[in-house]
Design a protein around this ligand. Structure first.
Ligand code: UDP
Length: 469
């Protein structure tokens, strides 16, 4: 049923609790989900955050009725430096397991707060916060796990299976045919620990298993994707309770106020390039990637030698990119070290390509903006996202690695060649055409009352609240 007609008969307030994991790539889509829920009448939203993440959350949810509730991040976890409440602030991603395990110490306070909140209709919490299922069960409301992955990566991972990865291929580069999707061939390098560890029973394996068990015992999964993008894989994953409600980056409340003034320096710089009739490559590798200084220097030389205009967002210092680099390229390249509004950059008309680590939010934002991708995967499921981008939905090409593998060292020559191909070549042009078509489909999927993702979220709400009544 459409939510609007459902509302005529069910007038009880619907209260949704949202609990994102503490990392930018996980918080941002949940903030968008909050906005998407609040665009429906009769829904209230409570979002849990830790104090250090609160300013970011508050800024995104300003002008909404969302209730933001602080929950302290556990102190006295020996491995985690004091004050670090987000994985992007961790000194190294090797602390991911203790950081994530530490979140369980929040459970008593979470449950104390649930006692004083109005009754909860359902909760969406991050897949990494496995223990929130126990709280939901105690309080008797359904929990949906938020998965920041697409259906392609989930379906391919499941189909290949951990045993085949560990025992099958002789080398990391040997091709494995994915039995349920025989046109897809992967290598062990498309996957990450714990699924590639020969000795898999370590702490990461255990944590991952806890999360998998919790997700499968939850009421369902919320997936940041849309049907038209990957119908084969959505159908494959379509259990009764997996809901594609994205791209969430299009879920924001439409802005009524004019853009921020003065415009950030980098947007002014893009405006200038647009006035000159020039196109720009956007370069960013997300909030988690750890790139060696040797690799950073190759990137800098590759960008310099490619002679394209570029905007590079990085947390790395000038000395790490090579002495004098920024001065030499200043006519056509700008390096930004602030937090930027990535969507604003991608939507800028001058941006004609995105050199990306293929974090799923970045991929969706690029698709929505109609910008083709030069795929350079690094962590997590990014190698599978890159495969999807290049082989399945064909909205980009791969950066050329030295050994030809899905991820490996990239020399400046390989970068230069593929950057030019993306910005000026035939393959780049085809990808640009395809991504613009998908961009339209993404907007249609999110169209109020009509789109597939909008209706999917409507159905979820109706189904849950009907059951509760
Ligand atoms: N992002 C941003 N500004 C920045 C850096 C990142 O807006 O300066 C956003 C980006 O738009 C995306 C998210 O942070 O929504 C990063 O998520 P993604 O899945 O792409 O990568 P991750 O950082 O999780 O590896």
């Amino acid at each position: 049923i459409a939510y609007s007609s459902y509302r005529q008969h069910h007038l009880q307030p619907i209260h949704v609790v949202l609990f994102p994991y503490m990392s930018k790539g996980h918080i941002i889509p949940i903030l968008n989900l909050a906005q998407l829920l609040l665009r429906r009448p009769g829904i209230t939203v409570t979002l849990f955050t830790t104090p250090a993440n609160r300013p970011f959350v508050e800024k995104s949810l300003a002008n909404t009725t969302a209730c933001i509730v602080d929950i302290p991040f556990p102190v006295s976890v020996p491995e985690i430096p004091a004050g670090v409440e987000s994985t992007d602030k961790l000194p190294s991603m090797s602390l991911f397991v203790p950081f994530t395990r530490a979140t369980k110490l929040m459970q008593p306070e979470f449950e104390r707060l649930l006692e004083i909140l109005p009754p909860v209709s359902f909760m969406v919490s991050d897949g990494f916060l496995w223990w929130t299922l126990e709280s939901a069960t105690k309080f008797g409301f359904p929990r949906f796990a938020f998965y920041g992955m697409n259906n392609y990566a989930m379906a391919v991972s499941r189909s290949v299976g951990i045993n085949r990865l560990l025992s099958g291929p002789e080398s990391d580069d040997e091709l494995i045919t994915v039995s349920e999707f025989p046109w897809i061939k992967v290598t062990r390098k498309d996957f990450n620990p714990p699924f590639t560890d020969p000795e898999p029973k370590g702490p990461l394996f255990e944590l991952t298993m806890d999360q998998i068990v919790s997700v499968s015992n939850s009421h369902g999964m919320i997936i940041n994707s849309f049907y038209e993008l990957e119908p084969v894989f959505v159908d494959h994953e379509a259990k009764p309770n997996a809901w594609c409600v994205g791209p969430l980056c299009l879920g924001e409340t439409p802005k009524t106020e004019p853009q921020s003034h003065p415009k950030p320096a980098w947007i002014q710089w893009l405006d200038q390039k647009l006035d000159q009739g020039s196109s720009v490559l956007y370069v960013a590798f997300g909030s988690q990637a750890e790139i060696s200084s040797e690799q950073l220097k190759e990137i800098a030389v590759g960008l310099e030698e490619s002679k394209v205009n570029f905007l590079w967002v990085t947390r790395n210092k000038e000395s790490e990119l090579g002495d004098g680099f920024e001065e030499r390229v200043k006519e056509r390249g700008i390096v930004v070290r602030d937090w930027v509004d990535q969507k604003e950059i991608l939507m800028h008309k001058s941006i004609q390509g995105f050199l990306s680590h293929c974090g799923w939010n970045s991929v969706l934002e690029s698709i929505c903006a109609g910008v083709p991708i030069l795929a350079w995967p690094m962590l997590a499921e990014q190698p599978l996202n890159a495969r999807m981008i290049v082989e399945e939905i064909k909205v980009g090409l791969r950066v050329e690695t030295c050994d030809g593998s899905v991820r490996g060292f990239v020399k400046w020559q390989g970068l230069q060649k593929t950057v030019k191909e993306l910005m000026e070549g035939e393959t780049g042009m085809e990808a640009r055409k395809k991504v613009k078509e998908l961009s339209e489909m993404a907007k249609n999927a999110m169209e109020e009352n009509e789109g597939s993702s909008w209706r999917s979220l409507d159905m979820l709400i109706s189904e849950i609240t009907c059951k509760v009544e």
